[in-house]
Design a protein around this ligand. Structure first.
Ligand SMILES: Nc1ncnc2c1ncn2[C@@H]1O[C@H](COP(=O)(O)OP(=O)(O)OP(=O)(O)O)[C@@H](O)[C@H]1O
Ligand SMILES: CC(=O)C(=O)O
Length: 649
């Protein structure tokens, strides 16, 4: 992991507010670099380096513009949005659409892509292999020929106890007091008042008196008799039975776990995964994940079978998954909060808090999260959403979910594009409100568990996001091969948009799901200066950035070129000090930071801290002697030798 941070100003004016210089004074070209190379045990680890550069002369830009070449793989929708609304107008929340019969033509898919669909979701529960293949190919065709960048996700069917047949072609009403048989017996056609379940062992451990709940509350029955494996039930809360309705059993107000023996991935799911690999999808959303092992197993399988990197998302839709949330989130590449099936296993009133907890957990582990199901359910039938639905969407955006998903609204409803536009406009409005309220002024503080270089990269990204917010920068440019730093910055939910330049097409497609990140495909070299200049010139040539815009540049690309002599290596035992001062009309502003990796230096930090506090307290002509006294009272043991603190300057 490598980090590389620099500030780049386009155009003549030195900037700070940033457009007027720091405290009104011009900023000179200035560069600081560091890189953590060797660690204590002598093993060479990947380096971490940072570059800060302020000020670029106009001539440099003009010179680079002359030699500009290459292609900027920015999708046409982001490009249009950027031209129309500017950096801060770019939507941060990503949008996922379930593709079904109502939106599977090339024309419909193009309309959804134009309306802002970032990811197309295909649920393998429905329709044929050929149908899915056809849709995937149409999406790839649109990406290639029309300049979109829509990622493809498939959902595995997973294993769950559900209705195979309920005696009617579509929905059927269960009346109060009516008696129904639930069975796994296979029979031709349909029988009235008979529901066929998909799983042989569905009634094991179920007692007379238990409650059988349909689809989390569509209808409720009481088990009145067990006949072999079959259950005879009386309807106690009338309602609808839909095709593929989910069955759950409850006793004394608690869920009776029934799906333990069902495999997370069935034989059909494995065959769908093979299909997904062969079609080169970008994400596989795994249904009914119970633990981290299932996710790890699939990830390992994909890493050996697929030449491209396919990301594995775990769908959180059972009580079991909630109990193992941390381990599942940590093991996966992202999460889908499948509120539909989750509502079958937990009381509905718990969904909002559970959603917020899962979203928070994903932030903690830096994994993208999709909030799914019933966001605009009424739009499956009606052209406008309810006010409550818009409030639900806004709440998901307020929680900083990475993505929102449409299900039946786009798959079967006649108003799919309109529903997508409601998501887009509601997200944009809420994002603006959050920014104006400066809700994310306190950056996300949970640290990720990682190696020292990764922690440093994380800190660089946290600083970068804070700096971009505090200085009111226009954009953050991240140069990344695997998307790690783009994702670490996104985790901080900064105000400016994040443009992730990558030369890896899997990374580009994966970043489509990450909050606030606009992925851009571009050729990258080891020469960061060349990468920065080329990409800025390309962006500039397209008219997407203008003189005076301030861009923060972060990179995780390790420079190998010998020309990069500017990078200095900082060892584990080194102490790095970054100190800068300026004056405004004779008033001096001084600022310094110190960074060390070896805890041996902690007493030195304590001495400096106490001396600084004394300096602040005693501020005045004689403050220096008080500082000196405190500093000299400290003895710091460094490599076995006790050294006395001294004040320099
Ligand atoms: N490819 C498809 N072909 C036909 N109908 C589809 C297709 N995809 C979705 N649908 C329809 O759209 C509705 C919503 O689909 P979606 O897959 O989001 O929900 P679901 O069927 O409840 O499954 P899950 O619980 O896995 O989300 C489904 O009820 C189904 O009728
Ligand atoms: C999306 C999904 O699978 C659910 O909400 O159940």
């Amino acid at each position: 992991m490598v980090g590389d941070l620099s500030l780049k100003f386009i155009g003549k004016e030195p900037i700070c507010d940033l457009k007027k210089g720091v405290f009104g004074f011009p900023i000179s070209s200035h560069r600081v670099s560091f890189s953590a190379g060797e660690l204590k045990n002598g093993r060479v680890r990947t380096g971490v380096c940072a570059v800060m550069k302020v000020g670029v002369e106009n001539t440099e830009i003009s010179r680079d513009l002359e030699k500009f070449e290459g292609v900027l793989g920015l999708d046409i929708v982001s490009e249009e949005e950027l031209k129309e609304k500017g950096f801060l107008g770019l939507r941060k929340t990503k949008l996922v659409c379930t593709i079904g019969p109502a939106c599977c033509s090339l024309d419909d898919l193009e309309k959804l892509a134009l309306e802002g669909m970032n990811v197309a979701r295909l649920n393998m529960c429905h329709n044929t292999r050929e149908w899915h293949q056809n849709v995937i190919r149409k999406i790839k065709k649109l990406n290639e020929e029309k300049g979109f960048s829509v990622s493809v996700m498939i959902d595995t069917e997973g294993s769950q106890i559900q209705v195979v047949d309920h005696g009617a072609p579509s929905s059927v009403k269960a009346e109060d007091g009516s008696i129904w048989d639930f069975t796994t017996e296979k029979f031709e056609g349909s029988r009235p008042f008979t529901v066929q379940a998909n799983y042989e062992g569905f009634s094991e451990g179920i007692n007379v008196g238990d409650e059988l709940v349909i689809d989390g509350g569509m209808a409720t029955f009481e088990v009145v008799e067990k006949i072999g494996n079959d259950l005879r039930c009386k309807c106690t809360d009338p309602g609808l039975l839909l095709p593929r309705a989910k069955l759950s059993f409850w006793r004394d107000g608690r869920l009776v776990g029934r799906s333990d023996e069902l495999p997370t991935l069935s034989t059909k799911d494995w065959s769908d995964i093979e299909f997904a690999i062969s079609e080169g999808v970008d994400f596989i959303a795994m249904s009914f994940v119970k633990d981290a092992d299932a996710v790890t197993h699939l990830k390992n399988y994909l890493s050996t079978k697929s030449s491209k990197s396919i990301k594995v998302l775990a769908k959180i839709e059972s009580l079991e998954a909630l109990h193992k949330l941390d381990e599942i989130v940590e093991a996966s590449d992202g999460i889908m909060i499948a509120r539909g099936d989750l509502g079958v296993e937990i009381p509905l009133e718990q969904i909002p808090t559970v959603q917020e907890e899962i979203t928070h957990c994903c932030r903690k582990f830096n994994k993208p999260v999709i909030i799914a199901s019933q966001l605009l359910e009424s739009m499956v039938e009606y052209p406008t959403p309810t006010r409550a639905e818009v409030a639900d969407v806004s709440e998901a955006v307020r929680q900083y979910a990475d993505a929102l998903m449409l299900s039946g609204e786009s798959a079967i409803g006649p108003y799919g594009q309109k529903a997508l536009s409601v998501l887009r406009m509601t997200s944009g409005r809420m994002e603006l409100w959050s920014r104006e309220e400066n809700r994310e002024s306190v950056l996300f503080e949970n640290k990720l568990e990682a190696s020292v270089p990764d922690k440093i990269a994380e800190q660089i990204c946290n600083c970068a996001a804070g700096m971009a917010n505090n200085l009111g920068l226009d954009a953050i440019f991240v140069y990344t091969r695997h998307g790690q730093m783009a994702s670490l910055i996104s985790r901080n939910r900064p105000n400016p948009p994040i443009f992730a330049f990558t030369n890896d097409s899997s990374t580009r497609m994966a970043l489509n799901l990450q909050w606030g990140v606009t992925p851009i495909f571009i050729d990258l070299s080891d020469d960061m200066e060349a990468n920065i200049n080329r990409s800025i010139n390309l962006v500039k040539t397209k008219g997407l950035i203008k003189d005076g815009d301030a861009v923060l540049v972060v990179s995780d690309i390790i420079p190998t070129s010998t020309a990069q002599t500017v990078f200095q290596s900082i060892q584990y035992d080194d102490v790095m000090k970054l100190d800068f001062g300026t004056h405004i009309d004779g008033h001096i502003v001084d600022c310094a930071f110190t960074l060390a990796f070896n805890p041996m230096f902690n007493p030195l930090f304590e001495a400096s801290r106490e001396a600084t506090n004394t300096g602040i307290k005693e501020a005045g002509i004689d403050g220096g002697s008080a500082i000196q006294e405190v500093m000299e009272s400290y003895g710091v043991e460094i490599n076995g030798k006790v050294c006395q603190g001294i004040v320099i300057g």
